[in-house]
Design a binder for this molecule. Structure first.
Ligand SMILES: [Mn+2]
Length: 296
């Protein structure tokens, strides 16, 4: 049994955080060594957990307390000093323990490179796993600053492993990344194309672009507009609104078997709890959506 932390996500009482009975397992991944602009996403997981203590347990949209299903929170691992590849492997070992125990993996970042750990653990269990990414950035570089384990290369790694990807909210990428999108015919929903349209129009198109099997949802918080979530390592103007993003997350959980998800790239801002709380709320919304989701 992994080592748990108390208080963990939502600070639920003992009978709702026991390892054996919890449906959800929260894995903090406090790591930001390859970040290129702001640093501080290593503080993201702790900030999300602290903010979650103020999140209302009852979800007025779903009419349930999702935490009744049980939320265990793993103790944040020690960050190893031997480089990004080793660090991601260390997170992967923890994520694999969660998956092997049959729990829904809930990763908290940390820079976006940590999502590869969740992806690997889930894909080992579900070889047909596809990935829905909310992000401002394509993250399709083959490497960045000399390492494949960079936050800017995380989606490239998943593609290289053979996963089908769908990317939403994108508004930044290099020429080479956009060329890769064109060459491979990747499903990319740019922010400027979807932001002005009602979610009822574009959300079904996103879902249709996903294969029918199991899905890993990775949310880089900079996919949302900085007016909603200003505290990210690389903020980009013109992102998704709160309700737009939630509409997509609810729809994917209803239409597909979401086997795990993560929320990454929170960079807590001194003097403001807006981003921390939004991130915590989003994690809990995802738990609720996944719980009531009909996907298989
Ligand atoms: Mn990003």
């Amino acid at each position: 049994m992994p080592e748990l932390q108390v208080p963990g996500f939502l600070d639920v009482p003992e009978d709702r955080r026991e390892w054996a009975s919890s449906r959800f397992a929260v894995l903090p991944m406090p790591y930001d060594a390859t970040c290129s602009y702001g640093v501080g996403t290593r503080n993201g997981p702790a900030a999300i957990i602290a903010a979650s203590h103020q999140v209302e347990w009852y979800d007025e949209e779903l009419g349930i307390e999702a935490c009744e299903a049980g939320i265990a929170t793993l103790r944040a691992p020690d960050v190893v000093a031997t480089g990004p590849v080793a660090q991601i492997q260390a997170f992967e070992a923890q994520a694999s323990a969660v998956v092997a125990a049959g729990k829904t993996l809930v990763g908290l970042g940390g820079e976006h490179s940590v999502s590869y750990a969740c992806f690997r653990a889930l894909r080992e269990r579900w070889p047909g796993l596809s990935v829905l990414q909310i992000d401002a950035h394509l993250d399709l570089r083959s490497e960045y600053h000399g390492t494949v384990a960079s936050h800017a290369a995380v989606m490239h790694r998943m593609l290289a492993d053979g996963a089908q990807t769908v990317q939403v909210g994108i508004r930044s990428g290099s020429m080479e990344e956009w060329q890769l999108v064109a060459q491979r015919g990747l499903a990319v929903f740019r922010a400027q194309d979807i932001a002005p349209r009602p979610a009822s129009e574009w959300v079904p198109q996103v879902i249709d672009a996903l294969p029918p099997g199991p899905v890993f949802v990775t949310v880089d918080l900079d996919g949302f507009d900085p007016s909603v979530i200003p505290g990210t390592g690389t903020p980009e103007p013109g992102g998704l609104g709160w309700w737009q993003g939630l509409a997509l997350l609810r729809a994917v959980c209803a239409a597909r078997h979401v086997v795990g998800f993560d929320v990454v790239e929170l960079e807590p801002q001194a003097g403001s709890r807006v981003s921390d709380f939004a991130a915590a709320r989003m994690v809990y919304k995802l738990m609720g959506y996944q719980l009531v989701g009909l996907g298989s």
